[in-house]
Design a protein. Sequence first.
Length: 134
Amino acid sequence: MLSMLLFSIHYYNRVTIVVRDPEFKKSPTGTTICKFSIATMRSYKSGEGFEKETSFFDIETWAKLAEACQEKGKKGRACRVVGRLKQDRWTDADSKARSKVVIVAEHVEFKPEFKKEGASDTGNATPADSDIAF
């Protein structure tokens, strides 16, 4: 039971929105890296009403997954990310210890983009491409 709890604490799996276009670069060994940011919202009961909370996370992808995310990911697109948490630590110019937690994605699924068709009053939308899972 404890091992299942620990597994769930260290993994992230949620449908979100991309809030920053992907940045694409190569590691010193030549491996492709793609970084982008996502936002997730939750609602919770507070007193007599409901409150909304938005959280932002940085995502890091590597190799072929990074290439696919760079091609398909763009600001405003919905996606589902599954990955592990990683804490980066460093010392800044003022000798202060700093840290940042990022999600290293192991699976990213971009939801279809919908484009409205012409001047149709039906409100129908057609997917620009299908669900893309990597």
